[in-house]
Design a protein around this ligand. Structure first.
Ligand code: MLT
Length: 396
């Protein structure tokens, strides 16, 4: 027996587990600290009324002989797949067929699991800083990874270069962690690159509902040519507050073919073998969120977080701290003051302001000297956190 030694090439703990551990240790020393969490992107608004109503109704159905549901289709019930296809049409004007939509327990799982359908010899390109899941899952599998620097010089939006040789390309827009978002013209260059090189783009659209700028596509399929080179991952976690409820979806277009094989068929085979679907009441709740009434309710919650982001942006502007994001994104990517390093500033904020952020270096080398704040806290906590930061750092 041998273990997968690739695990020795990743950090011992996942970034957000490491943060939770540091905070736990701090709390042992300062038990009364009134911490404000702006670290992990976890939401605070409760589920919308339509979701709760649908979930309760579905749970009641499950308690009757006629309404009971056992195993469902691994790829999701048709009622939700059709609702998602319709959502694409309404929000992005994009035609997605319900048979191309795969319902799952969230984007993070699918982003890792999708690698099952690709050879371990493929070369992977990620941006740096990057959502750690893209890197760690590929290191676990032993793939070669190329890092594309996302810096202030390129607006935190790396572009393909003529010498780039990448088989799998991860793009996240609006980006986690930087909050920067690709407009249609820049995205088109990536789509053209992927089609010309036979690469596949793994497009993480988990934050699409925060986009308000009309030049920024909410789906990569709004870009011509994307259906033959891109798989899109999305989630109701941030869109509808499902971080604890768990529901996401992945779109694999029928016209995405590599080595003569439809990737949609491979993903279907993978999911039917290794996944047993999402709970029926959760799928009913998800569908309710995407219908007209539910959509209006979840849009109010997004607006709430966007107002938090505006308040935060105002504070960082007043302090003269350079930042990006916060406009089409719940994340603000902030340069640490006085040339501080990421973990040093994280500790300083924790101890002096009792505010938790995420150290940028945890997302990659290019994140050193930055921290990420999320706008997912309550309005009161957001205002209080910004007040504490201004009181402490306003004078320095
Ligand atoms: C984050 O804070 O980066 C996200 O919440 C993590 C996730 O969605 O898995």
């Amino acid at each position: 027996m041998h273990i997968n030694t690739n695990y020795q090439n990743i950090e011992e703990t996942y970034l957000f587990s490491e943060i939770a551990e540091r905070v736990r240790k701090y709390m042992e020393k300062d038990k009364g600290a009134a911490l404000i969490k702006m670290g992990i992107g976890d939401v605070t608004r409760p589920l919308c009324h339509s979701a709760v109503e649908a979930m309760v109704k579905a749970a009641e159905e499950m308690g009757t002989p006629e309404g009971f549901h056992g195993y469902g289709p691994e790829q999701g019930y048709d009622f939700l797949r059709e609702e998602i296809a319709d959502y694409y049409q309404r929000t992005s004007g994009v035609k997605v067929f319900s048979g191309e939509v795969f319902v799952s327990d969230g984007a993070k799982s699918d982003l890792g699991n999708i690698l099952d359908i690709f050879s371990v010899d493929n070369v992977v390109a990620v941006t740096d800083p990057v959502y750690p899941v893209y890197v760690d899952t590929n290191v676990m599998a032993g793939r070669k990874i190329i890092k594309l620097a996302a810096t202030a010089e390129n607006d935190f939006l790396p572009m393909p270069t003529p010498d780039l040789q990448a088989d799998i390309i991860y793009l996240c827009s609006p980006n986690n962690p930087t909050g920067a978002a690709y407009d249609g013209a820049r995205l088109k260059k990536w789509v053209d690159y992927a089609n010309a090189h036979g690469s596949v783009i793994l497009y993480d659209a988990a934050y699409e509902s925060f986009i308000s700028d009309p030049d920024i596509p909410r789906s990569i399929y709004a870009v011509d040519g994307a259906r033959s080179c891109a798989i899109e991952f999305c989630s109701l976690s941030k869109t509808a507050g499902f971080t604890g409820t768990r529901c996401g979806y992945t779109v694999v277009p029928e016209s995405l073919i590599r080595d003569g094989v439809q990737l949609r068929k491979m993903w279907l085979r993978r999911q039917t073998t290794k996944f047993n679907g999402v709970a029926y009441p959760v799928q009913r709740a998800a569908a309710a969120c995407l219908k007209e009434k539910g959509l209006a309710e979840i849009t109010e919650n997004i607006a709430y977080y966007k107002e938090n982001a505006r308040i935060m942006a105002e504070t960082f502007t007043e302090l003269g701290w350079p930042f990006t994001g916060g406009k089409n994104s719940p994340y603000l990517w902030v340069k640490c003051p006085n040339g501080m390093r990421s973990w040093a500033f994280f500790d300083d904020l924790l101890v002096r302001a009792n505010v938790i952020c995420t150290p940028g270096s945890g997302f990659g080398e290019c994140g050193e000297g930055y921290v990420r704040f999320t706008s997912f806290n309550t309005r009161d906590n957001t205002i209080e956190a910004m007040k504490r930061i201004k009181d402490i750092f306003g004078q320095s």
